[in-house]
Design a protein around this ligand. Sequence first.
Ligand SMILES: O=C(O)/C=C/C(=O)CC(=O)CC(=O)O
Ligand SMILES: [Ca+2]
Ligand SMILES: [Mg+2]
Length: 408
Amino acid sequence: MTWLDLPADHPFGIHNLPYGVFSTHGTQRRVGVRVGDHVLDVAACAEQAGMESGAVWRAGSLNPFLAQGRAAWTAAREWLTEQLTNEAHRECVEAHLVPVAEVTMHLPIEVADYVDFYASEHHATNVGRMFRPDSEPLTPNWKHLPIGYHGRSGTVVVSGTDIVRPCGQRKPPTEPVPVFGPSARLDIEAELGFVIGGATTLGAPVALADAGEHLFGVVILNDWSARDLQAWEYVPLGPFLGKSFATSISPWVVTMDALGAARVPLPGQDPEPLPYLRGEPTADGASTASGLDISLEVEWNGTVVARPQFRDMYWSPAQMLAHMTVNGATLRDGDLFGSGTISGAEKDTRGSFLELSWSGAERVTLADGSQRTFLEDGDTVVLTAVAPGPDGSVIGLGECVGRVLPAR
Ligand SMILES: O=C(O)/C=C/C(=O)CC(=O)CC(=O)O
Ligand SMILES: [Ca+2]
Ligand SMILES: [Mg+2]
């Protein structure tokens, strides 16, 4: 099917074609498409093919491409597929394939607004039990709307960026007053991040059925969380400094178009949500509120400690997008929203160390025999994810890596 000689199960095969921003030594950042173990220099390829779209691909972020909207995204994918499958283009394309070993990957988008949701019933239940042991674990609103908060877009960083342990206020239960210092309960949250394009105007909600016009693609997201800072500061306005010091995302944005075979029904919603959040059947027999069959792995210093499954999420990405705009709030090109921590019913599918260690009460043993509850300085966390593609192929999302540096 393609002149590229790739194994059928390569995570970056012809059905994937994720977008990122790369540079090579001494060159400008520009848009690349990952194919196999190479990055296609899209601008160079387009220019040689006599296309006028060069400026979009020469940009240092995907934002100009995101601004072009759904029709342009579809056309670009068709053009790329043609370039990479038709032997006639082989010579031209091959000249612009750069080995991944030679590139530096950058933040793929200039993050506009950043929202983080809380869409896993299992995660929300677990956190509720730990943070609010005297209340019902799920708040009364939880099954009526996808809960979220606005995060700090300027501290979203690309995979590979070191994470400095944050300092802040925390109030140990044994102390009468808060103390200041490095977080002693630094955690991760294994999430997916959704990248948005096709900006909207103020006052115009995006209906659930139109969410696909704005959902461009998916990245792996780690919402680093300082649980001690969070527990003290969050009442009543929600997460703030405990989560705003850094959020890591993977460099490759896997398009929603590449994830068609990964669409699955949601686990089920009871009570039925209000009409604006209700999925409707689509022409191909799916739903406008589909989930995604994306499997993650959480690796802590080389040991896989959890395998969260995105198909377990209660709310769908399209429902989150519809809810986020139902008040008329705009979407901007380069908006990013996190799904919330991905946790399932089984212990080994929990996407945070808060849950894996049950708030520090249980130790997690790593392959080298060392034990952990929360992150120690020097620890490295790698999140990876894969999804099923068409014809038994695999769609890889790559990895999202971060290492903890001591507090300053
Ligand atoms: O107070 C709580 O119940 C918990 C809030 C969070 O941890 C926010 C968050 O980042 C949600 C998530 O990732 O699922
Ligand atoms: Ca989160
Ligand atoms: Mg964060």
